[in-house]
Design a protein around this ligand. Structure first.
Ligand code: B12
Length: 215
């Protein structure tokens, strides 16, 4: 892990210096000092997952969290063109996958990152959005005809709605395989009641998954 790069990036974030944080992160990619996966895993993800507010006022903390998320999101979206270029070197897996977060789940940075990881591993991957209602998910499956649907869930309360969605997917599209991941599924037994085909979390999991399902 490049500690110096992490510390510099975190300093810009702590100062809420949006422009320097974004420029610094994108420079790491453009200068090839860091690859996309390392940037996401070592700088962007921890900058959110380890977020701690240094003031006592809760309202200010919420604003700070939103502001930081928006900076990270801009960086990830700006990296997409590099994802496309890099993924051209990868042998296509020959599988289509849609990535989303279900109804009531607003945490979407993990889902967007995962859609980029999947592209980098050769999937035809598309992130279709956060807080996606069941009816929209079913309609996306009908239109896109994916091989896999990946649901990213952070809040354990949303496992209930995830079960309703996965039951309907299995009922109407029995051939579509369901992948789940995210903080909510890190708890023991979280997938016991749910009909899923794969529980994945890390980039390593995604790499193994791509080898396993390659056409
Ligand atoms: C940013 C953030 C928000 C933002 C999200 C903005 C956005 N556009 O995404 C906002 C402000 C909206 C928000 C709201 C809330 N949040 Co919030 N939030 C966070 C925070 C700080 C960072 C989350 C994040 O983006 N992490 C970075 C990403 C990259 O990590 P990740 O999601 O874990 O994803 C990685 C892996 O899990 C995995 N992965 C994820 N999905 C998938 C899917 C697949 C298929 C695969 C293979 C892998 C995979 O790969 C990713 C990349 O490594 C966390 C703190 C934390 N410790 O996580 C709290 C946190 C998640 N939030 C929390 C809470 C409680 C809330 C609120 C309920 C607060 C409130 N009272 O309103 C609301 C809920 C909103 C809702 N309905 O969803 C709690 C959840 C607690 C719990 N029960 O587990 C946390 C943990 C904070 C805390 N310590 O209490 N939040």
């Amino acid at each position: 892990m490049d500690i110096k790069a992490y510390e510099t990036f975190m300093e810009f974030l702590k100062q809420e210096d949006r422009d320097r944080a974004i420029t610094f992160a994108l420079n790491l990619i453009e200068s090839k000092e860091m690859d996309i996966e390392t940037l996401y895993q070592n700088l962007l993800a921890p900058s959110l997952s380890l977020f701690e507010c240094d003031v006592k006022d809760e309202e200010i903390c919420i604003w700070k969290e939103h502001f930081r998320t928006s900076i990270i999101r801009t960086i990830i979206e700006s990296c997409y063109q590099h994802v496309l270029i890099k993924s051209k070197d990868k042998k296509p897996v020959g599988k289509k996958i849609v990535v989303l977060t279900p109804s009531f789940e607003y945490h979407e940075i993990g889902a967007i990152m995962v859609s980029h990881y999947l592209r980098l591993e050769g999937f035809d991957a598309h992130y279709i959005g956060a807080n996606t209602p069941k009816s929209e998910i079913l309609s996306a499956i009908r239109a896109y005809e994916p091989d896999f649907v990946a649901l990213s869930v952070t809040n354990p309360y949303n496992i209930v709605v995830t079960k309703q969605i996965t039951d309907e997917i299995k009922k109407f599209f029995p051939d579509v395989k369901i992948v789940v991941g995210g903080l909510a599924f890190k708890h023991d037994g979280a997938t016991e009641q749910i009909n899923v085909d794969y529980v994945l979390q890390s980039l390593e999991d995604i790499k193994k998954f791509s080898l396993e399902v390659a056409a």
